[in-house]
Design a protein around this ligand. Structure first.
Ligand code: CIR
Length: 259
């Protein structure tokens, strides 16, 4: 059960953020539309019962609306990250106060470790840690040690060879009830053996980044195959338009820190 989330409004210079994976080929996002989508996203979280902390836009960091990358939260503690792209490093200091208000115990990834929260997928007491072009092996090692102290097992999932996704969680989600949503390209990996798997067809890959929030599964609009499969497996999808965030390589999960 989640009771709260932290989000940050996008700024007018949102389109100046990074597009390392899509390389800008999906077009330039429309700011007014992005703002509207953000408002709808916040309303959806509230409808799922969460109390929101809404941070003001931060024009110094165009990618700062993707708050998930700046911290990893477990019920007992918070780990501040050290984002793998230099342009995002300063985002962590800007979110610390908001996180510290709710977490007495905090740690941080230190150099030479790097880690983006989007690479971290919590599946109850086991955590998948993506090793990517943002999260390096040392960052993964530091997080694994922190998680072990908090009572979690973890394993690295190396995605450095994949060009289709930015972060591990761009391609996977844990929905509870031993169920993983997995993009086709990762569906047969040994790390995910033993779970009930909902496979996401290649054409719908973007939707693999969905989020279970209490009794609903938030998922992006335009992916009828996954929506159908979620329902068939007993989940209740809540569909949100994410088009402008997708243009910036952002998935649905990255717009909030849930706890
Ligand atoms: C970036 O490339 O860092 C941002 N434009 C998108 C970050 C998306 N974050 C996430 O999926 N957790």
């Amino acid at each position: 059960m989640f009771t709260r989330a932290i989000v940050r409004k996008p700024g007018e210079n949102f389109a100046e953020g990074l597009t390392d994976v899509s390389l800008g080929q999906l077009g330039r996002p429309d700011f007014a539309k992005a703002l509207g989508q953000h408002e709808a996203y916040c309303k959806a979280l509230e409808a799922c019962g969460l109390e929101l902390t809404v941070l003001e836009k931060d024009l110094q960091y165009p990618d700062s609306t993707f708050v998930e990358d700046a911290a990893v939260l477990v019920p007992t503690a918070a780990m501040f990250t050290r984002p793998g792209h230099a342009s995002r490093e300063g985002e962590v200091a800007r979110i610390k106060d908001a996180v510290k208000r709710f977490f007495a115990k905090c740690a941080e990834i230190t150099s030479p470790g790097t880690l983006d929260g989007g690479d971290i997928c919590e599946a109850e007491h086991h955590v998948f840690i993506g090793v990517s072009h943002r999260t390096n092996e040392e960052g993964a090692r530091q997080l694994a040690a922190f998680l072990a102290q908090e009572g979690y097992t973890s394993c690295p999932v190396d995605i450095r060879h994949m060009t289709s996704i930015l972060h591990l969680k761009s391609g996977i989600a844990y929905l509870g009830e031993n169920t993983l949503v997995l993009m086709e390209e990762m569906a047969d990996r040994p790390e995910f053996k033993g779970y009930r798997v909902i496979r996401v067809a290649e054409a719908e890959s973007y939707a693999a980044n969905c989020v279970r929030v209490n009794d609903r599964v938030l998922m992006p609009a335009g992916f009828p195959g996954l929506e159908r499969d979620l329902k068939a497996n007993g989940f209740k999808p809540l569909v949100l338009d994410m088009s402008e965030y997708r243009k910036m390589d952002g998935g649905l999960s990255c717009l909030s820190l849930r706890f």
